[in-house]
Design a protein around this ligand. Structure first.
Ligand code: 1GP
Length: 245
């Protein structure tokens, strides 16, 4: 069970997950990225993206990662149509600050019976988009939470916990110029008892370390893998900073 894996690993150190987007990454690149990040110590893979991904693409990406590494593969879906039975688990998430019913509960209703049928482990998650939000904010029709209002983010996070969600994901958006502010991560950490995931705009060991020191249990990076010219070295340094946090 992936939830148990995360709980046990977290007892050792904060975790790093690598986000791979099959919409932006060729099969050859996927093999390379998965190999290098696994060798650098990443703790698992998220597969997803904000564009409309076909099920075939997601299936193929999950297969490649699973053939390349032995690490868990968790779906990070935008639409019910791309939920792949090849993965180990799915972040079954509600975008709590979306203005659209579709992303609050619609896609979830559309995928629930399929998730049960294919036996995917659902990891319930409150997904909170913080400014700038980037594509995740636009596609999810979110009103991004202001960077200078930790109280408002805490209210959303606590609502997620009380609704029964086991994970709270603070998302600045893929490619954001800055990660979620430390004040927000710290305020959420102080008030919630469930796992806190932070992603978006984390590119250096220093920023990863700051996010972990502020209280993230899991750090997600995506863009760095796609843009780094010294992938193994950059990922090793980043992951070391997270693990030693
Ligand atoms: C996006 O939080 C993730 O959902 C990763 O963001 O691509 O900026 O690392 P980056």
């Amino acid at each position: 069970m992936i939830h148990e894996y995360i709980k046990n690993k977290r007892k050792e150190h904060p975790l790093h997950f690598t986000l791979l987007d099959p919409g932006k990454t060729s099969p050859e690149e996927l093999i390379n990225f998965a190999t290098q990040t696994a060798a650098s110590g990443t703790d698992g893979f998220l597969v997803g993206g904000s564009t409309d991904l076909s099920l075939e693409k997601v299936d193929a990406a999950v297969d490649i990662i699973k053939e390349t590494t032995h690490l868990p593969v968790i779906l990070f879906p935008t639409h019910a149509s791309s939920v792949s039975g090849r993965a180990d688990a799915i972040f079954f998430m509600s975008l709590l600050n979306s203005e659209s019913r579709q992303f609050l509960v619609g896609e979830q209703i559309a995928s629930a019976r399929w998730v049960k049928k294919i036996g995917l482990e659902p990891l319930s998650m409150a997904y909170l988009v913080v400014e700038p939000g980037m594509a995740a904010g636009k596609v999810g029709q979110a009103q991004p939470l202001p960077r200078d209002n930790p109280d408002l983010v805490v209210s959303h996070a606590l609502a997620g916990q009380y609704l029964g969600m086991s994970y709270i994901y603070l998302e600045a958006g893929s490619g954001a110029s800055e990660p979620v502010p430390s004040e927000i991560i710290r305020a959420v950490r102080d008030e919630i008892d469930v796992f806190q995931i932070v992603g978006g705009g984390i590119k250096t060991p220093e920023s990863a370390s700051e996010v972990v020191r502020a209280g993230a249990d899991i750090v997600v990076t995506g863009t760095l893998v796609e843009t780094s010219e010294k992938l193994k070295e950059d990922m090793s340094n980043l992951i070391k900073a997270i693990h030693s946090g």
